[in-house]
Ligand binder design. Structure first.
Ligand code: SF4
Length: 511
Protein backbone atom coordinates (compact mmCIF):
# COMPACT_ATOMS: atom_id res chain seq x y z
CA UNK A 1 0.00 0.00 0.00
CA UNK A 2 1.35 3.46 -0.93
CA UNK A 3 2.38 5.74 1.89
CA UNK A 4 1.29 3.11 4.43
CA UNK A 5 2.48 3.92 7.90
CA UNK A 6 2.18 2.33 11.26
CA UNK A 7 -0.03 4.07 13.79
CA UNK A 8 1.06 3.10 17.30
CA UNK A 9 -1.89 1.99 19.32
CA UNK A 10 -2.35 2.27 23.06
CA UNK A 11 -3.23 -1.11 24.51
CA UNK A 12 -1.49 -1.34 27.85
CA UNK A 13 -4.64 -0.99 29.88
CA UNK A 14 -6.42 -3.69 27.88
CA UNK A 15 -4.14 -6.58 28.59
CA UNK A 16 -5.24 -9.59 30.57
CA UNK A 17 -8.86 -10.08 31.37
CA UNK A 18 -10.39 -6.78 30.38
CA UNK A 19 -12.03 -7.68 27.07
CA UNK A 20 -15.63 -7.74 25.94
CA UNK A 21 -18.97 -6.81 27.30
CA UNK A 22 -18.68 -9.22 30.20
CA UNK A 23 -15.64 -7.36 31.43
CA UNK A 24 -15.87 -4.00 33.17
CA UNK A 25 -17.17 -1.23 30.93
CA UNK A 26 -15.31 1.25 33.09
CA UNK A 27 -11.98 -0.37 32.23
CA UNK A 28 -12.68 -0.23 28.50
CA UNK A 29 -13.92 3.34 28.78
CA UNK A 30 -10.77 4.44 30.56
CA UNK A 31 -8.63 2.63 27.97
CA UNK A 32 -10.50 4.28 25.09
CA UNK A 33 -10.06 7.72 26.64
CA UNK A 34 -6.38 7.11 27.16
CA UNK A 35 -6.13 5.98 23.54
CA UNK A 36 -7.47 9.24 22.12
CA UNK A 37 -11.20 8.55 21.86
CA UNK A 38 -12.24 11.09 24.51
CA UNK A 39 -13.96 13.46 22.12
CA UNK A 40 -16.07 10.73 20.51
CA UNK A 41 -17.02 9.29 23.88
CA UNK A 42 -17.92 12.71 25.27
CA UNK A 43 -20.22 13.27 22.31
CA UNK A 44 -21.85 9.86 22.87
CA UNK A 45 -22.29 10.64 26.56
CA UNK A 46 -24.07 13.87 25.63
CA UNK A 47 -26.15 12.31 22.83
CA UNK A 48 -27.09 9.08 24.60
CA UNK A 49 -27.18 9.92 28.29
CA UNK A 50 -27.23 7.14 30.83
CA UNK A 51 -28.98 7.18 34.17
CA UNK A 52 -26.39 7.94 36.83
CA UNK A 53 -25.47 4.84 38.86
CA UNK A 54 -28.25 2.88 37.21
CA UNK A 55 -26.18 -0.25 36.80
CA UNK A 56 -27.83 -2.59 34.30
CA UNK A 57 -27.50 -0.35 31.26
CA UNK A 58 -23.84 0.23 31.97
CA UNK A 59 -23.54 -3.04 30.09
CA UNK A 60 -25.61 -4.21 27.15
CA UNK A 61 -28.46 -6.28 28.56
CA UNK A 62 -29.68 -7.56 25.26
CA UNK A 63 -28.02 -7.64 21.90
CA UNK A 64 -24.74 -5.93 21.16
CA UNK A 65 -25.39 -2.22 20.43
CA UNK A 66 -23.25 -2.35 17.29
CA UNK A 67 -26.00 -4.39 15.66
CA UNK A 68 -27.92 -1.14 15.16
CA UNK A 69 -25.17 0.40 13.02
CA UNK A 70 -24.51 -2.85 11.22
CA UNK A 71 -28.17 -3.22 10.31
CA UNK A 72 -28.35 0.33 8.96
CA UNK A 73 -25.32 -0.31 6.75
CA UNK A 74 -26.55 -3.70 5.57
CA UNK A 75 -29.92 -2.33 4.55
CA UNK A 76 -28.46 0.32 2.25
CA UNK A 77 -27.98 -0.34 -1.43
CA UNK A 78 -24.48 -0.11 -2.83
CA UNK A 79 -22.98 -0.01 0.66
CA UNK A 80 -20.43 -2.42 2.12
CA UNK A 81 -20.06 -2.82 5.87
CA UNK A 82 -16.84 -3.95 7.51
CA UNK A 83 -16.48 -4.83 11.19
CA UNK A 84 -13.32 -4.49 13.19
CA UNK A 85 -13.55 -6.30 16.51
CA UNK A 86 -13.08 -9.52 18.42
CA UNK A 87 -14.04 -12.66 16.51
CA UNK A 88 -16.67 -13.65 19.09
CA UNK A 89 -18.39 -10.25 18.75
CA UNK A 90 -18.30 -10.47 14.96
CA UNK A 91 -19.67 -13.99 15.04
CA UNK A 92 -22.62 -12.85 17.16
CA UNK A 93 -23.25 -9.79 15.01
CA UNK A 94 -23.15 -11.64 11.69
CA UNK A 95 -25.37 -14.37 13.12
CA UNK A 96 -27.94 -11.81 14.24
CA UNK A 97 -27.80 -9.86 11.00
CA UNK A 98 -28.44 -12.99 8.94
CA UNK A 99 -31.16 -14.05 11.35
CA UNK A 100 -32.83 -10.75 10.47
CA UNK A 101 -32.42 -11.43 6.75
CA UNK A 102 -29.36 -9.33 5.81
CA UNK A 103 -28.85 -11.17 2.50
CA UNK A 104 -25.44 -9.46 2.32
CA UNK A 105 -21.93 -10.38 3.39
CA UNK A 106 -20.46 -8.66 6.41
CA UNK A 107 -16.82 -7.66 5.97
CA UNK A 108 -14.39 -8.45 8.77
CA UNK A 109 -10.82 -7.40 9.44
CA UNK A 110 -9.52 -9.77 12.12
CA UNK A 111 -6.76 -8.91 14.57
CA UNK A 112 -4.58 -10.51 17.16
CA UNK A 113 -2.67 -9.04 20.06
CA UNK A 114 0.31 -8.29 17.80
CA UNK A 115 -1.58 -6.45 15.04
CA UNK A 116 -3.52 -4.57 17.69
CA UNK A 117 -0.43 -3.50 19.62
CA UNK A 118 1.71 -2.55 16.63
CA UNK A 119 -0.97 -0.63 14.74
CA UNK A 120 -0.96 -3.16 11.91
CA UNK A 121 -4.71 -3.59 12.43
CA UNK A 122 -5.28 -0.06 11.16
CA UNK A 123 -3.15 -0.79 8.11
CA UNK A 124 -5.14 -3.98 7.51
CA UNK A 125 -8.38 -2.01 7.69
CA UNK A 126 -7.03 0.58 5.27
CA UNK A 127 -5.95 -2.16 2.90
CA UNK A 128 -9.38 -3.82 3.11
CA UNK A 129 -11.11 -0.55 2.38
CA UNK A 130 -8.90 0.09 -0.67
CA UNK A 131 -9.53 -3.44 -1.92
CA UNK A 132 -13.29 -3.03 -1.60
CA UNK A 133 -13.66 0.48 -3.01
CA UNK A 134 -15.09 -0.27 -6.42
CA UNK A 135 -17.20 2.69 -7.61
CA UNK A 136 -19.05 0.50 -10.10
CA UNK A 137 -20.55 -1.40 -7.19
CA UNK A 138 -20.43 0.86 -4.17
CA UNK A 139 -21.42 4.36 -3.06
CA UNK A 140 -20.06 3.92 0.43
CA UNK A 141 -18.08 1.67 2.74
CA UNK A 142 -18.89 1.69 6.43
CA UNK A 143 -16.21 0.56 8.89
CA UNK A 144 -17.35 -0.11 12.43
CA UNK A 145 -14.92 -0.30 15.35
CA UNK A 146 -16.34 -2.59 18.03
CA UNK A 147 -15.35 -2.51 21.72
CA UNK A 148 -11.71 -3.64 21.67
CA UNK A 149 -10.51 -1.60 18.65
CA UNK A 150 -12.32 1.46 20.07
CA UNK A 151 -10.75 0.95 23.48
CA UNK A 152 -7.40 0.55 21.75
CA UNK A 153 -7.82 3.78 19.82
CA UNK A 154 -7.80 2.34 16.28
CA UNK A 155 -8.02 5.67 14.41
CA UNK A 156 -10.70 5.20 11.76
CA UNK A 157 -10.79 8.98 11.32
CA UNK A 158 -7.45 8.64 9.52
CA UNK A 159 -8.96 6.51 6.76
CA UNK A 160 -9.27 8.34 3.45
CA UNK A 161 -12.58 10.22 3.16
CA UNK A 162 -13.19 8.70 -0.23
CA UNK A 163 -11.48 6.30 -2.61
CA UNK A 164 -12.29 6.63 -6.31
CA UNK A 165 -15.59 8.29 -5.41
CA UNK A 166 -16.55 5.62 -2.83
CA UNK A 167 -17.24 7.35 0.48
CA UNK A 168 -15.55 5.89 3.55
CA UNK A 169 -17.39 6.24 6.85
CA UNK A 170 -15.51 5.06 9.93
CA UNK A 171 -17.41 4.97 13.23
CA UNK A 172 -16.75 3.75 16.75
CA UNK A 173 -19.68 1.81 18.20
CA UNK A 174 -18.51 0.38 21.52
CA UNK A 175 -20.96 -1.21 23.93
CA UNK A 176 -19.41 0.90 26.69
CA UNK A 177 -20.19 4.17 24.86
CA UNK A 178 -23.47 3.57 23.04
CA UNK A 179 -26.12 2.18 25.38
CA UNK A 180 -28.59 0.52 22.96
CA UNK A 181 -28.67 -0.86 19.44
CA UNK A 182 -31.39 1.72 18.71
CA UNK A 183 -28.99 4.57 19.41
CA UNK A 184 -26.26 2.85 17.39
CA UNK A 185 -28.51 3.29 14.33
CA UNK A 186 -28.27 7.01 14.99
CA UNK A 187 -24.47 6.87 15.20
CA UNK A 188 -24.26 5.70 11.58
CA UNK A 189 -27.25 7.67 10.28
CA UNK A 190 -25.81 10.84 11.84
CA UNK A 191 -22.35 10.21 10.38
CA UNK A 192 -23.85 9.67 6.92
CA UNK A 193 -26.02 12.79 7.14
CA UNK A 194 -23.00 14.83 8.15
CA UNK A 195 -21.05 13.54 5.16
CA UNK A 196 -23.98 14.17 2.81
CA UNK A 197 -24.50 17.68 4.19
CA UNK A 198 -20.84 18.48 3.45
CA UNK A 199 -21.33 17.23 -0.10
CA UNK A 200 -24.46 19.36 -0.57
CA UNK A 201 -22.56 22.42 0.65
CA UNK A 202 -19.73 21.74 -1.78
CA UNK A 203 -21.58 21.33 -5.05
CA UNK A 204 -24.41 19.65 -6.91
CA UNK A 205 -25.46 16.18 -5.75
CA UNK A 206 -27.48 13.33 -7.27
CA UNK A 207 -31.25 13.73 -7.42
CA UNK A 208 -33.49 11.06 -5.84
CA UNK A 209 -34.02 7.96 -7.99
CA UNK A 210 -37.61 8.95 -8.82
CA UNK A 211 -36.79 12.66 -9.23
CA UNK A 212 -37.43 15.49 -6.75
CA UNK A 213 -40.89 15.79 -5.15
CA UNK A 214 -42.90 18.74 -6.42
CA UNK A 215 -44.31 19.36 -2.92
CA UNK A 216 -42.48 20.28 0.29
CA UNK A 217 -41.60 17.07 2.10
CA UNK A 218 -41.47 15.75 5.64
CA UNK A 219 -38.50 13.51 6.41
CA UNK A 220 -39.33 10.70 8.82
CA UNK A 221 -36.80 9.69 11.45
CA UNK A 222 -36.83 6.02 12.41
CA UNK A 223 -37.27 2.59 10.85
CA UNK A 224 -40.96 2.12 10.26
CA UNK A 225 -43.31 -0.51 8.98
CA UNK A 226 -43.55 0.16 5.20
CA UNK A 227 -47.25 1.11 5.38
CA UNK A 228 -46.68 3.89 7.91
CA UNK A 229 -44.99 6.43 5.59
CA UNK A 230 -47.83 5.85 3.09
CA UNK A 231 -50.46 6.47 5.78
CA UNK A 232 -48.64 9.58 7.00
CA UNK A 233 -48.47 10.78 3.38
CA UNK A 234 -52.26 10.53 3.13
CA UNK A 235 -52.66 12.43 6.40
CA UNK A 236 -50.51 15.40 5.35
CA UNK A 237 -51.65 15.57 1.71
CA UNK A 238 -54.45 18.11 2.43
CA UNK A 239 -51.74 20.53 3.67
CA UNK A 240 -49.95 20.29 0.32
CA UNK A 241 -47.12 18.26 1.90
CA UNK A 242 -45.62 14.91 0.92
CA UNK A 243 -43.60 12.30 2.76
CA UNK A 244 -39.88 12.33 2.04
CA UNK A 245 -37.38 9.57 2.77
CA UNK A 246 -37.17 7.75 6.08
CA UNK A 247 -33.83 7.99 7.88
CA UNK A 248 -31.90 5.66 8.11
CA UNK A 249 -32.18 5.71 4.33
CA UNK A 250 -31.95 2.74 1.98
CA UNK A 251 -29.65 4.48 -0.47
CA UNK A 252 -26.95 7.15 -0.31
CA UNK A 253 -28.69 9.67 -2.60
CA UNK A 254 -31.80 9.56 -0.35
CA UNK A 255 -29.69 11.35 2.27
CA UNK A 256 -29.71 14.48 0.10
CA UNK A 257 -33.48 14.24 -0.33
CA UNK A 258 -33.86 13.74 3.42
CA UNK A 259 -31.91 16.96 4.07
CA UNK A 260 -33.91 18.75 1.36
CA UNK A 261 -37.13 18.72 3.42
CA UNK A 262 -39.52 21.30 4.88
CA UNK A 263 -39.47 19.65 8.32
CA UNK A 264 -38.36 16.48 10.06
CA UNK A 265 -40.67 14.20 12.04
CA UNK A 266 -38.69 12.48 14.80
CA UNK A 267 -41.10 9.54 14.95
CA UNK A 268 -38.44 7.58 16.83
CA UNK A 269 -37.11 9.92 19.49
CA UNK A 270 -33.48 8.88 19.89
CA UNK A 271 -31.86 10.14 16.68
CA UNK A 272 -29.89 12.88 18.43
CA UNK A 273 -26.89 13.00 16.07
CA UNK A 274 -29.17 12.95 13.02
CA UNK A 275 -31.26 15.78 14.44
CA UNK A 276 -28.06 17.78 14.93
CA UNK A 277 -27.40 17.52 11.19
CA UNK A 278 -30.96 18.48 10.26
CA UNK A 279 -30.87 21.46 12.60
CA UNK A 280 -27.51 22.50 11.16
CA UNK A 281 -29.24 22.41 7.76
CA UNK A 282 -31.93 24.74 9.18
CA UNK A 283 -34.74 22.16 9.29
CA UNK A 284 -37.30 22.21 12.12
CA UNK A 285 -37.70 18.89 13.97
CA UNK A 286 -41.06 17.78 15.41
CA UNK A 287 -41.42 15.08 18.08
CA UNK A 288 -44.13 12.45 18.79
CA UNK A 289 -46.18 10.92 15.95
CA UNK A 290 -49.70 10.74 14.51
CA UNK A 291 -50.97 7.91 16.73
CA UNK A 292 -54.45 7.86 18.24
CA UNK A 293 -56.78 10.85 18.33
CA UNK A 294 -54.85 13.20 20.61
CA UNK A 295 -51.50 12.34 19.06
CA UNK A 296 -52.70 12.79 15.50
CA UNK A 297 -54.38 16.13 16.23
CA UNK A 298 -51.35 17.61 17.96
CA UNK A 299 -48.84 16.22 15.46
CA UNK A 300 -50.65 17.49 12.36
CA UNK A 301 -51.01 20.91 14.00
CA UNK A 302 -47.29 21.14 14.71
CA UNK A 303 -46.25 19.85 11.31
CA UNK A 304 -48.55 22.39 9.65
CA UNK A 305 -47.22 25.24 11.78
CA UNK A 306 -43.59 24.24 11.20
CA UNK A 307 -44.19 24.34 7.44
CA UNK A 308 -46.16 27.63 7.51
CA UNK A 309 -49.41 25.99 6.31
CA UNK A 310 -52.62 28.11 6.61
CA UNK A 311 -54.88 27.12 9.53
CA UNK A 312 -57.76 26.15 7.24
CA UNK A 313 -55.61 23.51 5.53
CA UNK A 314 -54.29 22.19 8.83
CA UNK A 315 -57.88 21.82 10.04
CA UNK A 316 -58.80 20.06 6.83
CA UNK A 317 -55.96 17.57 7.29
CA UNK A 318 -56.92 16.98 10.93
CA UNK A 319 -60.59 16.44 10.13
CA UNK A 320 -59.79 14.00 7.37
CA UNK A 321 -57.34 12.01 9.50
CA UNK A 322 -59.57 11.85 12.56
CA UNK A 323 -62.78 11.02 10.72
CA UNK A 324 -62.30 7.26 10.41
CA UNK A 325 -60.23 6.94 13.56
CA UNK A 326 -62.92 8.32 15.90
CA UNK A 327 -65.38 5.46 15.32
CA UNK A 328 -62.72 2.84 15.61
CA UNK A 329 -61.20 4.18 18.85
CA UNK A 330 -64.60 4.94 20.39
CA UNK A 331 -65.30 1.19 20.45
CA UNK A 332 -62.49 0.89 23.05
CA UNK A 333 -62.12 -2.70 21.91
CA UNK A 334 -59.11 -3.73 24.02
CA UNK A 335 -60.27 -4.90 27.41
CA UNK A 336 -57.59 -5.71 29.92
CA UNK A 337 -54.33 -4.65 31.54
CA UNK A 338 -51.09 -4.51 29.57
CA UNK A 339 -47.52 -3.84 30.65
CA UNK A 340 -45.24 -2.74 27.85
CA UNK A 341 -41.47 -2.59 27.50
CA UNK A 342 -38.94 -2.63 24.68
CA UNK A 343 -35.78 -1.19 23.21
CA UNK A 344 -37.01 0.11 19.85
CA UNK A 345 -37.86 3.65 21.03
CA UNK A 346 -41.50 3.53 19.87
CA UNK A 347 -42.82 2.08 23.14
CA UNK A 348 -44.47 5.31 24.27
CA UNK A 349 -46.32 5.70 20.98
CA UNK A 350 -47.66 2.14 21.19
CA UNK A 351 -48.75 2.75 24.78
CA UNK A 352 -50.66 5.88 23.73
CA UNK A 353 -52.49 3.94 21.06
CA UNK A 354 -53.26 1.03 23.40
CA UNK A 355 -54.77 3.40 25.93
CA UNK A 356 -56.93 5.10 23.32
CA UNK A 357 -58.06 1.63 22.22
CA UNK A 358 -59.32 0.99 25.76
CA UNK A 359 -56.41 -0.85 27.41
CA UNK A 360 -55.34 -0.26 30.99
CA UNK A 361 -51.59 0.36 30.69
CA UNK A 362 -50.00 0.93 34.11
CA UNK A 363 -46.34 0.70 33.00
CA UNK A 364 -44.20 1.54 29.97
CA UNK A 365 -40.47 0.85 29.99
CA UNK A 366 -38.12 1.93 27.24
CA UNK A 367 -34.39 1.20 27.03
CA UNK A 368 -34.08 4.54 25.22
CA UNK A 369 -33.56 7.83 27.05
CA UNK A 370 -35.94 10.72 27.63
CA UNK A 371 -35.47 13.29 24.87
CA UNK A 372 -37.25 16.42 23.75
CA UNK A 373 -38.95 14.38 21.01
CA UNK A 374 -40.71 11.99 23.38
CA UNK A 375 -41.37 14.55 26.14
CA UNK A 376 -44.94 15.15 25.01
CA UNK A 377 -45.71 11.42 24.83
CA UNK A 378 -44.30 10.91 28.33
CA UNK A 379 -46.38 13.79 29.66
CA UNK A 380 -49.57 12.49 28.00
CA UNK A 381 -48.98 9.02 29.48
CA UNK A 382 -48.15 10.29 32.96
CA UNK A 383 -51.29 12.38 32.86
CA UNK A 384 -53.19 9.11 32.29
CA UNK A 385 -51.53 7.62 35.37
CA UNK A 386 -48.94 5.52 33.53
CA UNK A 387 -45.54 4.89 35.09
CA UNK A 388 -43.07 5.82 32.34
CA UNK A 389 -39.58 4.40 32.82
CA UNK A 390 -36.82 5.58 30.50
CA UNK A 391 -33.58 3.58 30.34
CA UNK A 392 -35.63 0.82 31.90
CA UNK A 393 -33.64 -2.14 33.13
CA UNK A 394 -34.77 -5.72 32.74
CA UNK A 395 -35.28 -5.82 36.50
CA UNK A 396 -37.63 -2.82 36.39
CA UNK A 397 -39.62 -4.34 33.52
CA UNK A 398 -39.85 -7.67 35.39
CA UNK A 399 -40.91 -5.92 38.60
CA UNK A 400 -43.73 -4.23 36.67
CA UNK A 401 -45.01 -7.59 35.40
CA UNK A 402 -44.98 -8.97 38.94
CA UNK A 403 -46.54 -5.88 40.48
CA UNK A 404 -49.30 -5.25 37.94
CA UNK A 405 -50.15 -8.88 37.03
CA UNK A 406 -51.22 -7.88 33.51
CA UNK A 407 -53.53 -9.77 31.16
CA UNK A 408 -50.82 -9.31 28.54
CA UNK A 409 -47.11 -8.52 28.87
CA UNK A 410 -45.48 -6.96 25.83
CA UNK A 411 -41.70 -6.92 26.07
CA UNK A 412 -38.28 -8.20 25.16
CA UNK A 413 -37.34 -11.90 25.02
CA UNK A 414 -36.60 -12.35 28.76
CA UNK A 415 -39.81 -10.55 29.73
CA UNK A 416 -41.87 -12.72 27.41
CA UNK A 417 -40.18 -15.82 28.76
CA UNK A 418 -40.83 -14.77 32.35
CA UNK A 419 -44.45 -13.89 31.61
CA UNK A 420 -45.00 -17.31 30.04
CA UNK A 421 -43.62 -18.96 33.15
CA UNK A 422 -46.13 -16.94 35.14
CA UNK A 423 -48.89 -18.10 32.79
CA UNK A 424 -49.41 -14.58 31.42
CA UNK A 425 -49.96 -14.20 27.64
CA UNK A 426 -47.14 -12.18 26.12
CA UNK A 427 -45.93 -10.66 22.87
CA UNK A 428 -42.44 -9.78 21.65
CA UNK A 429 -42.31 -6.04 21.12
CA UNK A 430 -39.68 -6.13 18.38
CA UNK A 431 -41.07 -8.91 16.21
CA UNK A 432 -44.80 -8.60 16.79
CA UNK A 433 -45.57 -5.00 17.69
CA UNK A 434 -42.94 -2.80 16.08
CA UNK A 435 -43.18 -4.83 12.85
CA UNK A 436 -46.70 -3.65 12.03
CA UNK A 437 -48.33 -0.32 11.17
CA UNK A 438 -49.00 2.09 14.01
CA UNK A 439 -50.32 5.22 12.33
CA UNK A 440 -53.88 6.09 11.42
CA UNK A 441 -56.90 3.78 11.34
CA UNK A 442 -54.86 0.95 9.83
CA UNK A 443 -52.39 1.13 12.74
CA UNK A 444 -55.09 1.06 15.40
CA UNK A 445 -56.98 -1.73 13.59
CA UNK A 446 -53.98 -4.00 13.25
CA UNK A 447 -52.86 -3.42 16.85
CA UNK A 448 -56.30 -4.22 18.25
CA UNK A 449 -56.37 -7.46 16.29
CA UNK A 450 -53.01 -8.78 17.50
CA UNK A 451 -53.65 -7.75 21.12
CA UNK A 452 -57.07 -9.37 21.25
CA UNK A 453 -55.72 -12.58 19.77
CA UNK A 454 -52.87 -12.70 22.31
CA UNK A 455 -55.12 -12.00 25.29
CA UNK A 456 -57.45 -14.74 24.09
CA UNK A 457 -54.63 -17.23 24.69
CA UNK A 458 -54.96 -17.10 28.45
CA UNK A 459 -57.06 -20.28 28.57
CA UNK A 460 -54.37 -22.14 26.59
CA UNK A 461 -51.74 -21.05 29.11
CA UNK A 462 -53.94 -22.26 31.97
CA UNK A 463 -54.51 -25.60 30.22
CA UNK A 464 -50.77 -26.02 29.64
CA UNK A 465 -49.96 -25.16 33.22
CA UNK A 466 -52.39 -27.67 34.61
CA UNK A 467 -51.17 -30.34 32.13
CA UNK A 468 -47.54 -29.91 33.22
CA UNK A 469 -48.38 -29.33 36.86
CA UNK A 470 -46.11 -31.26 39.19
CA UNK A 471 -43.20 -31.90 36.80
CA UNK A 472 -40.98 -29.58 38.80
CA UNK A 473 -38.89 -26.60 37.80
CA UNK A 474 -35.27 -25.42 37.73
CA UNK A 475 -32.82 -28.22 38.67
CA UNK A 476 -35.77 -30.55 39.39
CA UNK A 477 -37.55 -30.02 36.04
CA UNK A 478 -38.56 -33.26 34.33
CA UNK A 479 -40.04 -36.62 35.27
CA UNK A 480 -37.84 -38.49 37.74
CA UNK A 481 -37.95 -41.60 39.89
CA UNK A 482 -36.39 -39.54 42.65
CA UNK A 483 -36.28 -35.71 42.52
CA UNK A 484 -32.68 -34.62 41.81
CA UNK A 485 -30.87 -32.87 44.61
CA UNK A 486 -29.51 -29.40 43.89
CA UNK A 487 -25.72 -29.13 44.29
CA UNK A 488 -24.84 -25.43 44.31
CA UNK A 489 -21.30 -26.20 45.54
CA UNK A 490 -20.60 -28.31 42.42
CA UNK A 491 -21.84 -25.51 40.18
CA UNK A 492 -19.66 -22.98 41.99
CA UNK A 493 -16.60 -25.22 41.57
CA UNK A 494 -17.27 -25.75 37.84
CA UNK A 495 -17.70 -21.99 37.38
CA UNK A 496 -14.43 -21.34 39.24
CA UNK A 497 -12.55 -23.76 37.03
CA UNK A 498 -14.01 -22.30 33.86
CA UNK A 499 -13.06 -18.77 34.93
CA UNK A 500 -9.54 -19.97 35.69
CA UNK A 501 -9.26 -21.55 32.24
CA UNK A 502 -10.57 -18.39 30.58
CA UNK A 503 -8.05 -16.21 32.41
CA UNK A 504 -5.22 -18.54 31.42
CA UNK A 505 -6.31 -18.51 27.77
CA UNK A 506 -6.55 -14.70 27.69
CA UNK A 507 -3.14 -14.34 29.31
CA UNK A 508 -1.68 -16.68 26.65
CA UNK A 509 -3.41 -14.77 23.85
CA UNK A 510 -1.96 -11.50 25.08
CA UNK A 511 1.47 -13.11 25.07
S1 SF4 B 1 -18.70 -5.32 20.48
FE1 SF4 B 1 -20.69 -5.89 21.32
S2 SF4 B 1 -20.52 -8.09 21.76
FE2 SF4 B 1 -18.45 -7.28 21.53
S3 SF4 B 1 -17.76 -6.75 23.59
FE3 SF4 B 1 -18.66 -4.90 22.69
S4 SF4 B 1 -20.82 -4.90 23.34
FE4 SF4 B 1 -20.02 -6.97 23.66
Amino acid sequence: MDNARTIPIQTASLEGDGMGCHAGGEQLLAAAKAAGKSETLQQYAADYPRVENAGPHDQPQSMCPAFGSLRVGLRMRRTATILSGSACCVYGLTFTSHFYGARRSVGYVPFNSETLVTGKLFEDIREAVHAQANPAELDAIVVINLCVPTASGVPLQLLPKEIQGVRIIGIDVPGFGVPTHAEAKDVLAGAMLRYARDEVQNGPVAAPRGGRQDKPTITLLGEMFPADPVIIGQMIAPMGLAVGPSVPTREWRELYAALDCAAVAAIHPFYTASVREFEAAGRPVIGSAPVGLDGTQAWLQRIGEACGIPTALIDQARNQALHGMRDMLAKQSIKGRITLSGYEGSELLVARLLIECGADVPYVGSACPATRWNAEDAEWLRHKGVQVQFRASLEQDMAAVHAFQPDLAIGTTPIVQKAKQLCIPSLYFTNLISARPLMGVAGAGSLVQVIQAAMGNKTRFDAMKSFFDGVGSGHAAGVWEGVPQDRPEFKAETRRQLEKKLKKRKAEEMG
